[in-house]
Write a protein that binds this ligand. Structure first.
Ligand SMILES: Cc1cc2nc3c(=O)[nH]c(=O)nc-3n(C[C@H](O)[C@H](O)[C@H](O)COP(=O)(O)OP(=O)(O)OC[C@H]3O[C@@H](n4cnc5c(N)ncnc54)[C@H](O)[C@@H]3O)c2cc1C
Ligand SMILES: NC(=O)C1=CN([C@@H]2O[C@H](COP(=O)(O)OP(=O)(O)OC[C@H]3O[C@@H](n4cnc5c(N)ncnc54)[C@H](OP(=O)(O)O)[C@@H]3O)[C@@H](O)[C@H]2O)C=CC1
Ligand SMILES: Nc1ccccc1C(=O)C[C@H](N)C(=O)O
Length: 436
């Protein structure tokens, strides 16, 4: 069988399938990232949380992966006046996120996959076509040659701009919805101090929320942080209007003055680094007969603001493996079962990811929002089984995303009901006092 895409989900799934006895050919468009080189990917680092941890545990890799991470105990919010405020990610040190370099993680997964005798990796192979009737895939290699491969069945794990999805849907009654965010992103590096210490709190995700831009940073083990600036593509103070050195300096002086002394290479990095686009996709079906099935961003790309893209892609691998185990004799039924049980929840994740953009940009500075967060954590400490904040359920449990949202909405209704009740009691009390 074949896996298209040797990224995060593709490499993990290859390993899991090989462990079940499948012979797996992995086709990856890039050259081998372990050899370095220009197209070995960007330096994005990612927040690993419970769902990803669970899937990596199933694959027996969690020990090695954890050794590559930096703990993020909470968010540090940087206000425009330079003051900071810490918001923990959960009720205790067990409820944290883990920052990991995507390239390092990908390389580890590829190493482990390649070490399995049942796995063969083919780099520099870009999927360009598929013949569903003949069960063949067509790839373009680095030198522009076309090669064909026969595959008993195929997993499309080729990311947000998936070619496998396009091929799966060709000539079918299929849905595809893609939404672009009007904001793009650019990565910058906040280097460690001369003595190797981090210039800002290491064990946290940092956020600089502004009306017109948002910086988020993930820590690295060497004390540096990868900063991601989210900014509108067009309009005033946008990527379109920030092109010259003076424009870059002016943007930072206006919105992020506290970052300027920490980024001596700001202008050089700004000029050298690309602006990335962000999309949300929804698609159906996720599979075709017993031949092809999609996982990860290929079937549900989400905005990165909840930090769940990779985690949900890894969770897909677990869900697909479980569905295959439930239907050992009927792969088509396994694919359909996987999609049925999973798609409503990844649809919910897409909405949650959009909502967290608003939370990070606007809400995190509101006193009302912060009080509400604190109440959530306090109730969770008091009633650890009965009361679970939404963030806790998404980041620190494997509860299906849709169930987590429904439960959070029920809790919200209880809180509103209790608030209205409390107000009514106070009001009644006041009336009685006045009436006597
Ligand atoms: C700025 C940013 C921050 C993020 N932060 C987080 C975070 O904190 N936590 C989190 O969980 N997620 C995060 N994500 C999301 C995460 O990166 C993705 O969800 C994750 O990489 C998806 O994994 P995947 O295996 O589905 O796809 P990918 O990891 O993209 O792998 C797809 C692979 O397929 C290959 N490929 C593509 N086309 C072809 C083709 N035609 N033929 C062969 N191979 C092909 C690609 O080269 C790639 O290697 C973030 C994303 C961004 C952009
Ligand atoms: N949800 C999201 O919005 C995002 C998710 N991601 C995820 O992270 C993964 C890796 O990220 P990264 O290495 O930065 O990926 P890139 O942004 O470098 O994209 C990888 C490839 O996808 C194709 N591509 C990029 N943008 C578009 C577009 N607008 N329309 C069509 N094709 C496009 C290009 O292929 P070609 O050169 O052949 O044209 C590009 O080389 C992605 O595969 C994706 O799954 C990444 C960015 C955004
Ligand atoms: N990975 C990201 C990339 C960009 C923006 C935010 C994130 C986050 O993970 C935010 C985190 N989940 C938070 O809620 O604080």
């Amino acid at each position: 069988m074949a896996v298209v895409g040797g990224g995060l989900a593709g490499a993990l799934l290859a390993l899991r399938l090989a462990a079940q006895g499948h012979g797996v050919d992995v086709y990856e468009r890039r050259s081998d990232p372990r050899l370095g080189g220009a197209d070995s990917g960007r330096s994005i680092n990612l927040g690993l949380s419970k769902r990803g941890i669970h899937a990596l545990t199933e694959a027996g890799l969690i020990g090695e992966v954890m050794a590559m991470t930096v703990t993020m105990a909470g968010r540090v919010i940087h206000a425009p006046d330079g003051s900071t405020r810490f918001q923990p990610y959960g009720k205790d040190r067990g409820e944290v996120l883990h920052s990991i370099d995507r390239n390092e993680l990908n390389q580890l997964l590829l190493d482990r996959a390649e070490a399995h005798p049942q796995v063969r990796l083919h780099f520099g192979h870009r999927l360009v076509g598929a013949d569903k009737a003949r069960r063949t895939l067509e790839f373009e290699t680095r030198d522009g040659a076309r090669v064909q491969a026969q595959a008993a069945w195929v997993v499309g794990a080729d990311g947000a701009f998936s070619r496998a999805r396009r091929e799966l849907q060709r000539g079918e009654r299929a849905d595809y919805h893609q939404e672009y965010l009007e904001w793009g992103y650019k990565e910058l590096t906040l280097k460690p101090l001369a003595d190797g210490r981090s210039a800002i709190e290491l064990e946290a995700l940092h956020v600089w929320p502004r009306s017109h831009g948002l910086f988020v940073s993930h820590p690295n083990r060497d004390g540096s942080h990868t900063l991601t600036l989210f900014l509108p593509f067009e309009g005033p103070d946008s990527f379109a209007t920030t092109r010259s050195e003076d424009e870059v300096r002016a943007l930072f002086a206006k919105y992020f003055p506290d970052l300027v002394p920490l980024l001596p290479q700001l202008v050089e990095e700004w000029m050298a680094h690309p602006v990335g686009a962000l999309i949300t996709t929804r698609t159906a079906p996720w599979s075709r007969s017993d031949w092809m099935v999609l996982v990860g961003d290929a079937c549900h790309a989400v905005y990165p603001f909840y930090g769940q893209g990779m985690n949900s892609a890894f969770e897909d691998c677990s869900a697909l493996m479980a569905a295959l185990a439930r239907h050992p004799q009927d792969r088509a039924a396994a694919f359909a079962d996987y999609e049925r049980s999973r798609r409503p929840h990844t649809d919910t994740l897409a909405e949650l990811s959009k909502a967290n953009f608003v939370e990070l940009r606007q809400k995190v500075q509101s006193p009302w929002f912060l009080a509400r967060k604190r109440l959530d954590v306090a109730l969770n400490r008091l009633l650890p089984r009965a009361w679970l904040p939404l963030y806790t359920m998404i980041a620190h449990t494997t509860m299906p995303y849709g169930d987590a949202l429904a439960r959070a909405q029920r809790q919200e209704r209880i809180l509103v009901g209790a608030g209205v009740g409390a107000l009514a009691v106070v009001g009644l009390g006041a009336w009685l006092v006045l009436a006597v």
